[in-house]
Design a protein around this ligand. Sequence first.
Ligand SMILES: Cc1cc2nc3c(=O)[nH]c(=O)nc-3n(C[C@H](O)[C@H](O)[C@H](O)COP(=O)(O)OP(=O)(O)OC[C@H]3O[C@@H](n4cnc5c(N)ncnc54)[C@H](O)[C@@H]3O)c2cc1C
Length: 284
Amino acid sequence: MARIGDLLHAGPTLSFEFGPPRTDEQARRLEKVLHELQPLHPSFVSVTYGAGGTTRQATREIVEHIHRDTDMTVMPHLTCVAQRHGDIHGLLHGYADAGIENVLALAGDAPNDGQAHESDFTYAVELIEMAREVSDFSIGVSAFPEGHPRSPDLDSDRFHLAAKLALADFGITQFFFDTAPYFRMRDQLAALGVDKPVLPGVMMFSNVEGVRRMSALNNTTIPEWLQARLDAVDGNPGDVRRLAVELAADLIEELLAGDAPGVHLYTMNFSRATREVVAQLGLR
Ligand SMILES: Cc1cc2nc3c(=O)[nH]c(=O)nc-3n(C[C@H](O)[C@H](O)[C@H](O)COP(=O)(O)OP(=O)(O)OC[C@H]3O[C@@H](n4cnc5c(N)ncnc54)[C@H](O)[C@@H]3O)c2cc1C
């Protein structure tokens, strides 16, 4: 195990993100993907957490499994909105007791289930503060190069991001298809006095409808030229994967040439595209 803040200072890092399985079949597939990606020796891997705690147990189980049964450093994502202090406190203690040294502290969103949800938290900074009290975690936070969808403007987004990064150890961005907003964000943060590393997130998408939906939700611009290329491959999984690999390779080259502290690949629980891009760029 290692502290991700330290790994980033020694960088550049290569990391992979997974989602917790929700069925036995998904669990078997994720096991296979972990087995296929472990030989690439990622600097760390992370596991997402369902809005409002909907995957609390599933995330914890897969995180503790990776920690116990593989040699990969693992970081659980943790969201706090629509959840109670006691539940989050208990989960943080459980991770600390299991020897987990890293956590990605997020506000998250209330589950989209039409119900009212009571919440003891509003913003990610409240979770950072709780995590700091519980253990000596290396703490990551989210960053949105094109601005968070709820931010009224980019200046206020950067202001709150800078305040959050000042309390955390590193950031990881939402995915994007144009590196310019990422590099601008880095310059704006530096101007605000923030020097914490912010890892760019790169999407290894596996279907066109999914990438369009996630882009709309997360304020990620799909450039005109890419819209046309997505249309051209829609419905053909092999062509979708080849496009995802080509785009990711171009982005990663630009990002590393511009001194990004590493790259964080959203694997979508598939291994082939990730293995192809890592091999193509000689990252491992
Ligand atoms: C790398 C990455 C991983 C993610 N993983 C997950 C996951 O596993 N599960 C999941 O459900 N979601 C995940 N998300 C999505 C994220 O939870 C949502 O985007 C959520 O809406 C915001 O969470 P946050 O931590 O960015 O919130 P915050 O940092 O709290 O920010 C939310 C909004 O509030 C504003 N803000 C912050 N502080 C203040 C303040 N003091 N006053 C006024 N405004 C403020 C911010 O500018 C922003 O507009 C991830 C996102 C990223 C980039």
